[in-house]
Design a protein around this ligand. Structure first.
Ligand code: ADP
Ligand code: MG
Length: 397
């Protein structure tokens, strides 16, 4: 069990609190086109304001590669946050992030005030977890809060290095939720525990498959990765996504599932087309009947029913990877069916992975899931069973 101290375990009254947020928002011509990440950050920020902390916010934005890039300044975020919070957010416009502006702004803070630092990746040391920048960040604060899950799988100054020079390092509400679900619910699941894996490739999910096989009662496989499994079992897959180099691995996983008594489910029918296009004519074929000039682009209706049935009684479900090419409406039905099946169960439903989260949001099932992870790469590393540096750096309870 991961049991980290959170913002609920500390008293920040009158203290300078540095909060690492994920303000990596999409920007077009200096305008924020989607403020989801800002809105998501508000609960932690408001809690610290209400508790009388001096709230200093920091984040990276895009990839300025270690030098100031005006188009990647966090200045527009300060303006947007002011509106969302309904109070001033003082922007410290230092090219060095911790410069004269930041120091003076922090010096002048009253309890409940908010300051935003410049893009942490203006500093080349940031992504190298350099000591100097870590110390500079720490010098601004008494307490550190990490609420940026998207970078938790990386050790950078603003999420890991800084904690070496601050006595108190805790997690915010967003991080806490990721730890609760992707960390703890997956590792100590209420059973039956079902994992659904799909997406494009076996190769990008090797450790996820391997790790989850040690925990689940049922493992459902769909999407592009399923054809490598089918081929490994001796079936023809035509022009479908296939990773020849991973046939042995697929066989090992099939054997591992058998050894451990895991119910491993593969598609029993497949929606196929001759071209990778939403305009291509398509048909559904039974297992093993994909023609040489066809490719599988979605799971068929029988498979949808089979998977929904396997999910029905689950108490915990973790899902990573779409069941088909959901970006094309003709091949989104399998992904929709699985999302519906998840939406209909009583158990805990957890979505990890960038495209999987996008699919669930885009298809309109977001409010039906228990937890949709905000970190693509970080959520996969969690599902691989790895320790995330950004999580490990927080104080234990
Ligand atoms: P995540 O980001 O959630 O971990 P992945 O990146 O592994 O998911 O996979 C998502 C991609 O997999 C989507 O772009 C989807 O179109 C693709 N995909 C799913 N099924 C197939 C398929 N049968 N053939 C080709 N691509 C597929
Ligand atoms: Mg992806």
């Amino acid at each position: 069990m991961l049991n980290k101290k959170s913002v609920d375990d500390i008293n920040v009254k009158g203290k300078r609190v540095l909060v690492r947020c994920d303000f990596n928002v999409p920007l077009i011509d200096g305008k924020i086109t989607d403020d989801t990440r800002l809105v998501a950050a508000l609960p932690t920020i408001k809690k610290l304001i209400n508790d009388g902390g001096k709230v200093i916010l920091c984040s990276h934005l895009g990839k300025p590669k270690g030098e100031p890039k005006p188009e990647l300044s966090l200045a527009p975020v300060a303006v947007a946050l002011e509106k969302l919070l309904g109070q001033p957010v003082k922007f410290a416009a230092d090219a060095t992030v911790v410069g004269e502006n930041a120091k003076a702004a922090v010096e002048a803070m009253n309890d409940g005030d908010v300051v935003l630092l410049e893009n942490t990746r203006y500093r080349a040391e940031e992504t190298k977890n350099g000591e100097e920048f870590s110390k500079e960040l720490a010098s601004l604060c008494d307490v550190f809060v990490n609420d940026a899950f998207g970078t938790a799988h990386r050790a950078h100054c603003s999420n890991v290095g800084v904690t070496h020079f601050v006595d108190t390092a805790v997690v915010g509400y967003l991080m806490q939720k990721e730890i609760d679900f992707l960390g703890n619910a997956v590792n100590t699941p209420v059973r039956p525990f079902v994992a659904i894996l799909g997406g494009s490739k076996v190769s990008s999910k090797i450790s996820v498959i391997n790790n989850l096989l040690e925990k689940v009662d049922t493992l459902i496989i769909g999407g592009g990765m399923s054809y490598t499994f089918m081929k490994a079992m001796g079936e023809e897959v035509g022009k479908s996504l296939l990773e020849e180099d991973y046939l042995d691995y697929a066989n090992q996983m099939i054997a591992k599932a058998k050894e451990r008594g895991v119910n491993l489910l593969l598609p029993v029918d497949t929606v196929v087309a001759k071209e990778f296009s939403n305009d291509a004519p398509f048909r559904t074929v039974e297992r093993g009947e994909i023609a040489a000039d066809e490719m599988g682009l979605d799971i068929g209706e029988k498979t949808q029913a089979l998977y929904a049935d396997a999910i029905k009684n689950a108490k915990t479900v973790v899902w990573n990877g779409p069941m088909g090419v959901f970006e094309m409406s003709n091949f989104a039905k399998g992904t929709i069916a699985v999302a519906e099946a998840l939406a209909n169960i009583e158990g805990t439903t957890i979505i990890g992975g960038g495209d999987s989260a996008a699919a669930v949001n885009q298809l309109g099932f977001a409010d039906k899931m228990t937890h949709i992870s905000t970190g693509g790469g970080a959520s996969l590393e969690f599902l691989e069973g790895k320790e995330l540096p950004g999580v490990a750096a927080a104080n234990d309870r």
